[in-house]
Ligand binder design. Structure first.
Ligand SMILES: *Cc1c(COP(=O)(O)O)cnc(C)c1O
Length: 405
C-alpha cells in the first residue's frame, strides 16, 4: 500500500497545479560577461534571454573586481571553510568581513550567517527564547524567515501589526504589559510592493514604549544611504536600531547573511543561536568576494544613482503605456496581474515570444488576487531594452489597444 505521505504528495501537487501555481524553475545560465543576459535552453533550443528579475540589483555578482577577489581567495585559501566558526572555520577574512559590516552600519559588531534567511530565523529565535515573557510586534508583511524565527520562540507573545501602520503598532504596544520585554521586527524596503517603512516613526514608538528594534535591510543594503548602509543610513536612524540584519546575496551579488548591533547582544547570539553555531562557516571565496563588493559600493554613489534612475525610468515608461504598475517608492517595479495562471502565462510568453524574463510572483509569496510580475531594472538595463519590454507587455496585456494604436 502506498505510504500516506506519498498519497499526500500526489494530492497536494495536483491541487497546486489546479490553482495554476505549480512551481516550474526556468534554468537560467548567467553570462558573467554579458549580464543581465542569461542563456536558456527550452524545448531543445538554446538562446539568450534578457532577465528583468534578478536580485543582483547592482550587477555586483559579475563585477570583475568581485570575481577576481573570489578567484584569488579560492587559490589562496581553498574552496570551502572546512568547519564551523568554532572548528577551524574562522579565518582573518571572516573577521575582516564582520568588521566591514559593523562599520557599514555604525555598530560595534557583526555576525555572519549561512544566509539572510538563517540570520533572521536564528537571531530572532535566540533573542525571543532568552526570556519567558517577550512581546514581539511583527509587521504583517514580514519575510517568512522572520516569521519562522518568531514562531520558534513558543513562549513569546506575538502581535502582528498592520503593514507599516503606526497607529496599529502603537495600539498594540500600549496594550501590552508595561514591564514586559518588547521587540519590534520589521523590514525597510518590502520587496513585493516596493514600499518603505517609516523607520524614524518606528524608532520613536520603540523609545516611547521601551522596545528593542530588529530591522531587516535585505532589500536596501548596498543601495540606500551614502555608503550603502541601507534605509537606516539614508534616514539617519541606524544608531537608534538595536539590530540591523542584511544579506550579501542581493545588491552585494554574493552569498551569506549577517546581523549587526551592540557587542553584548551579538556576543549572546553568537553563543546561543543554533543556526550560527552548528553550521560550516561561509566559504573563503564568498567572503572575499563580499568584502570586495561592500568596499566597492561604499565608494560608488554613481552606481546607486544609476539604479534609481533606471527604476524611475521604467516606472514612467510603464505609466505612459497605461500598464498597471504598482505604487512603489523603491527601486522595485511591480506590475499587477491579479491572477496566478495569468501571471505565469505572461511570464512564459515574455520568454517564448520576446526573449525576456520576469518572475511571476504568486501565492503564498503574495496574497491571492494580487499576483504580479516583478521587475528590478539595474545599471545595465538600457532605455532601448525598456522600450522593447513595454512593447512586449502591451502586445501581451493590451492586444486590443495595440491593434488600434
Ligand atoms: C531574500 C530575503 C531574505 C533572505 O536572504 P537570503 O540571503 O536570500 O537568505 C531575508 N529577508 C528578506 C526580506 C528577503 O527578501
Amino acid at each position: 500500500m502506498m505510504h500516506k505521505f506519498l498519497t499526500k504528495c500526489d494530492e497536494a501537487l495536483a491541487e497546486i497545479s489546479a490553482q495554476g501555481r505549480y512551481r516550474r524553475f526556468v534554468a537560467l545560465e548567467k553570462l558573467a560577461d554579458r549580464f543581465p543576459y542569461y542563456s536558456v535552453t527550452m524545448e531543445g533550443k538554446t538562446r539568450d534571454i534578457l532577465v528583468w528579475s534578478t536580485n543582483d540589483y547592482l550587477a555586483m555578482g559579475t563585477d570583475p573586481v568581485v570575481i577576481e577577489a573570489s578567484i584569488d581567495a579560492a587559490k589562496r585559501f581553498g574552496a570551502g571553510a572546512g568547519g564551523t566558526r568554532n572548528i577551524a572555520g574562522s579565518s582573518p577574512l571572516h573577521v575582516a568581513l564582520e568588521e566591514e559590516l559593523a562599520d557599514l552600519h555604525g555598530k560595534d559588531a557583526a555576525l555572519l550567517f549561512t544566509s539572510g534567511y538563517v540570520s533572521n530565523q536564528a537571531s530572532l529565535s535566540a533573542i525571543l527564547r532568552s526570556l519567558p515573557d517577550w512581546h514581539v510586534f511583527s509587521d504583517a508583511q514580514n519575510h517568512n524567515s522572520m516569521i519562522v524565527g518568531i514562531k520558534d520562540a513558543r513562549q513569546a507573545t506575538v502581535h502582528v501589526f498592520k503593514h507599516n501602520d503606526m497607529a496599529d503598532l502603537e495600539r498594540l504596544l500600549a496594550a501590552a504589559p508595561a514591564d514586559a520585554p518588547k521587540l519590534i521586527a520589521f523590514e525597510s524596503v518590502y520587496s513585493m510592493d516596493g514600499d518603505i517603512a517609516p523607520l524614524a516613526q518606528i524608532c520613536d514608538l520603540a523609545d516611547k514604549y521601551n522596545a528593542l528594534t530588529y530591522l531587516d535591510e535585505v532589500h536596501a543594503v548596498g543601495m540606500y544611504g551614502e555608503h550603502g548602509g541601507g534605509v537606516s543610513e539614508r534616514d539617519d536612524v541606524a544608531r537608534r536600531i538595536t539590530i540591523i540584519e542584511g544579506t550579501l546575496a542581493k545588491a552585494y551579488g554574493c552569498h551569506g547573511g549577517y546581523i549587526t548591533g551592540d557587542f553584548k547582544v551579538l556576543d549572546y547570539i553568537r553563543s546561543v543561536a543554533a543556526g550560527f553555531i552548528f553550521t560550516t562557516a561561509l566559504p573563503p571565496p564568498t567572503v572575499a568576494a563580499a568584502l570586495a563588493s561592500i568596499r566597492t559600493l561604499k565608494a560608488d554613489n554613481a552606481r546607486r544613482a544609476l539604479l534609481f534612475n533606471r527604476a524611475e525610468t521604467l516606472k514612467q515608461k510603464f505609466r505612459d503605456a497605461g500598464l498597471p504598475v504598482m505604487p512603489s517608492t523603491s527601486h522595485i517595479v511591480p506590475l499587477m496581474i491579479g491572477d496566478a495562471a495569468k501571471a505565469t502565462e505572461v511570464s512564459m510568453r515574455l520568454i517564448r515570444e520576446f526573449g525576456m524574463y520576469a518572475t511571476p510572483i504568486n501565492y503564498p509569496t503574495v496574497p491571492r488576487g494580487t499576483e504580479r510580475l516583478r521587475f528590478t531594472p539595474g545599471p545595465k538595463h538600457t532605455d532601448a531594452m525598456m522600450d522593447n519590454l513595454v512593447a512586449a507587455l502591451q502586445h501581451i496585456l493590451q492586444p486590443a489597444q495595440a491593434v488600434t494604436a
